[in-house]
Every structure is written in structure tokens, then in C-alpha cells.
Design a protein around this ligand. Structure first.
Ligand code: GTP
Ligand code: MG
Length: 431
């Protein structure tokens, strides 16, 4: 039985308690990141005895009383969003009428990146049919921007927010109208592609293979056998995404969804120091979510929409994408069920890149040898065709000599079929 079933959990409803048997705590849906952030902070602080004052007693948030004590230890910045929620509830300030007139006249384009969370919510509030109660439902379910509403299938909005079918359809339609979504000219598509930014991998060769680095607005899948460097690349990207543009970064934060428990803050410290970065700042800009099972993993991705804007997240890592699904479905359900769940999960990720074009998503995938294949490459990514079709760029990794690794782009129509050799050293990924 999965945790979701144990919790009587068909759809994930924000605000409900969610018991997590592995970390032995009851999370509040919609707040898992905040709770895991504290948890991750503990790991980081253990590594870094200087910041003992930030150490959070685990007992403090094991029960409800502890949760009420949050004020005592929370870092203001980290919990900004909570204040925003509170503001939302009692917001008398929103001058909706004026806003409505002003915004209705102009068609808005997808320039979400210049808006704060509160501004995004205000835009949602201008949609016809969105009153105070509907707005709260939408925001709590993670639909706090016009983009997230316009790009999400109606069934998901309905299920997550509890809104009715007609209301949902109407809201989506108006969000699409406001964003001027419909057919695009090739010029618009080109403008979008021209604005793609890239994060350096740390290796010039690998960057060249990817025409300049890991691109935004896409999902990249790194697949390969064990110890081929998938996790190391993910760590390096979490550091590099924070670099200034002239050094190959995009000045953003990272969200790390760790399904295998292989995230190592000490490795981040090493990599940061090699780049002359303040490792405390770097660690602070990596939001960590440990996914203990596939339900939990799906939930963490769904909740990501709540924090992308406010934490300026430009990179989401899922390491690894399939592991939990693979082990959990061995004695349970059919392969078709599993594929369907993986497919939905992948589409949740792909949708995020539609909503946030300046976001890059990197996932890892184990490979298994297929002994019955006698020609071609006997190695194939687990998850089968669904992963292959859902991901936008796939990079196959294999071992070379010593610390060298070889990367090859597979199935990316706009990238050359070529290989790059890079190394994993003390300092991280390099040529
Ligand atoms: P699985 O998760 O098991 O499928 O493997 P993976 O592809 O994620 O491999 P990972 O990224 O963990 O790579 C492991 C390899 O990275 C090791 O074999 C080492 O060669 C190298 N590595 C990891 N940490 C360090 C380090 O601190 N210093 C150096 N020099 N190399 C490291
Ligand atoms: Mg790994």
C-alpha cells in the first residue's frame, strides 16, 4: 500500500495533513517544502557548525504546537510566501476594479519573469469569475499565475483546487485570452527560442555538445549506468545556475528533488569553493526536497509551482526520475499503470517549462542492459518509450578512462549527433 492510499489520498489536496512514514512527520500539503527546507537546513548546519544558531530542533515541528512556534525560528526570507498567503486572506488593498479596467484593455504577453508572486496573483484576480474564495482555492492549489492556469489541463485544476467544471473551463479560457495564447507566428516562436539562456556544465566540451550549455525552457534527461556522473552533474548545475551571466550562470536558485538520498552538501561546498563562491550562500539557494516514494515525488513536483517565482528558481533537478516507480511497481499494479503514472509526472515537469520559459529541468535515469539485443546499443533507459518521447533532450553517459566520462546526445533534433569527453575531479565537472 502506498502512502497516498494510506492517507486515503486520491488527488492531492493542499492544506490536508500528509503523513510521511520515512521522516516520521505529518506534513501539511502545500507546506512540504518549507518543512523539508528546515530539515535540509539541519543537514547543512551539521556540516557547518558555525551556523549553530540556525539549528532547528526536530521536535519543534513534529507536533502541531511546534508548528505554531514557527515564528520563533523561521528565517524571514525563507518564509516570505507564508506572509503572502496571509496577506492574501486579509487583503483589502487590492483595488480590483481599477486593475480590471487597466489590464483588460491590454493583451499581456508571457513576461512572467518580471512579476512578483503578489503581482501574478493580482493578475489572476482580474479574471472574470474569480472572487475572493475562488482565488484562495486557486492559489492554495498552486495556480497563482495566469500562465499556470492557462497551461494546466482542466481536470488537474479541478482536482487540485476543488473548483467546479464550468468555473474551471471559464477561468482557463479567460487566462488564455489574456495571455493571447493561440496560434503563434514563426517569428514569435523564433523570439522565444532566441531568448533561451544556458547554464554551463563546467566542461567546455560538454557545453559545446549542447550548443552552449544546459538550455532553459527544456527538460534534459541524463541517463547512464551507475557511477557515470549523473548525480555529480546535478550537483554542479545547482552551483553553476547561481553564477553571474558572464561566468556561464543565469543567476537563479535551484530546487533539488532527491529520490535516492544521494545529495551531498559537502560536495556543493567543494564545488563552490573551486569557483570562489561563498558556499553558505550557494547552499541557501538550493532548496532541497527528499522524495521518499513515488507519491511523495509527484507531490513535490506539483508543489514546485508554489515556490518557483518567489525563490527565483531557474533549475529543477530530479535525481532520479524513475527509481521509486521502478521499485514500487514490482509487486504492485501493472506495467501500464506504472507507465501512466510516470507519464503524468513527466508532463507535470514539461508543463513547468511551458509556464516558466526561463526554467531548466534536469532529470537522471538509470539504464539497464537488454541482453536480448544483439546489435545496436544494448543499453536502454528505464521507463521505456514514454520517457524517450516526453523528454526534450536526452544525454547518454558512459565511463571513459579513469575519471573521464563520455556524453552523447540522443534524439535531439536540433543538436548534432556527437560525443563529448569530460572529467569528474575534486573541483567538480571539468574538461
Ligand atoms: P548512480 O546514481 O549510482 O546511478 O550513479 P551516478 O551516475 O549518479 O554517479 P555519480 O554522479 O554518483 O558519480 C560517481 C563518480 O563520481 C565516482 O565514481 C567518482 O568517480 C566521482 N566522484 C564523486 N564524488 C567525487 C569527489 O568528491 N571527488 C572526485 N574526484 N570524484 C568524485
Ligand atoms: Mg546518482
Amino acid at each position: 500500500m502506498t502512502i497516498a492510499e494510506k492517507n486515503g489520498d486520491e488527488g492531492f489536496k493542499m492544506g490536508d495533513p500528509y503523513y510521511c512514514s520515512e521522516c516520521e512527520r505529518t506534513h501539511v500539503k502545500g507546506k512540504i517544502y518549507k518543512e523539508h527546507l528546515k530539515y535540509a537546513q539541519e543537514i547543512i548546519d551539521e556540516e557547518d557548525p558555525e551556523s549553530e544558531e540556525n539549528l532547528v530542533e526536530k521536535e519543534d515541528f513534529e507536533d502541531e504546537e511546534g508548528l505554531e512556534d514557527e515564528e520563533d525560528f523561521k528565517d524571514e526570507e525563507d518564509f516570505k510566501d507564508e506572509e503572502e498567503f496571509e496577506e492574501l486572506e486579509e487583503n483589502e488593498e487590492l483595488e480590483d476594479e481599477e486593475f480590471l479596467e487597466e489590464k483588460d484593455s491590454e493583451k499581456e504577453d508571457t513576461k512572467e519573469k518580471d512579476l512578483t508572486m503578489q503581482e501574478c496573483i493580482e493578475r489572476v484576480k482580474t479574471l472574470p469569475g474569480v472572487g475572493e474564495a475562488t482565488l484562495v482555492k486557486l492559489v492554495e492549489a498552486g495556480f497563482s499565475s495566469l500562465e499556470s492556469i492557462a497551461f494546466t489541463p482542466p481536470s488537474i485544476i479541478q482536482e487540485d483546487s476543488g473548483l467546479g467544471e464550468k468555473t474551471t473551463a471559464k477561468i482557463i479560457q479567460s487566462a488564455m485570452k489574456k495571455l493571447n495564447i493561440g496560434f503563434k507566428s514563426a517569428k514569435e516562436v523564433w523570439n522565444h527560442r532566441k531568448n533561451i539562456s544556458r547554464i554551463t556544465s563546467g566542461s567546455q566540451e560538454l557545453d559545446n555538445l549542447l550548443l552552449g550549455g544546459i538550455e532553459t525552457g527544456a527538460v534534459l534527461e541524463f541517463f547512464g549506468e551507475f557511477r557515470t556522473g549523473k548525480t555529480q552533474i546535478m550537483h554542479q548545475l545547482c552551483v553553476n545556475v547561481q553564477l553571474p551571466k558572464e561566468k556561464g550562470g543565469i543567476e537563479g536558485a535551484a530546487l533539488y528533488i532527491d529520490t535516492e538520498g544521494t545529495f551531498r552538501p559537502e560536495r556543493i561546498i567543494q564545488m563552490s569553493e573551486a569557483l570562489d563562491l561563498d558556499h553558505k550562500k550557494v547552499l541557501k539557494n538550493i532548496i532541497y526536497g527528499r522524495a521518499y516514494n513515488s507519491d511523495h515525488q509527484i507531490l513535490l513536483v506539483k508543489e514546485a509551482t508554489n515556490i518557483i517565482k518567489e525563490k527565483n528558481i531557474k533549475l529543477i533537478v530530479v535525481d532520479s526520475l524513475i527509481g521509486h516507480f521502478r521499485s514500487e511497481y514490482i509487486g504492485r499494479g501493472t506495467l501500464a499503470d506504472r507507465q501512466q503514472r510516470i507519464n503524468q509526472h513527466l508532463h507535470d515537469l514539461l508543463r513547468l517549462t511551458d509556464i516558466y520559459p526561463d526554467l531548466s529541468i534536469c532529470v537522471t535515469n538509470q539504464v539497464q542492459a537488454k541482453p536480448n539485443v544483439f546489435y545496436g546499443n544494448p543499453i536502454q533507459a528505464t521507463g521505456g518509450n514514454i520517457i524517450a518521447h516526453g523528454s526534450t533532450i536526452r544525454i547518454y553517459l558512459r565511463k571513459g578512462k579513469g575519471e573521464q566520462r563520455v556524453a552523447k546526445v540522443v534524439d535531439a533534433p536540433h543538436l548534432p549527433v556527437a560525443e563529448a569527453v569530460f572529467s569528474i575531479t575534486e573541483d567538480g565537472i571539468s574538461d
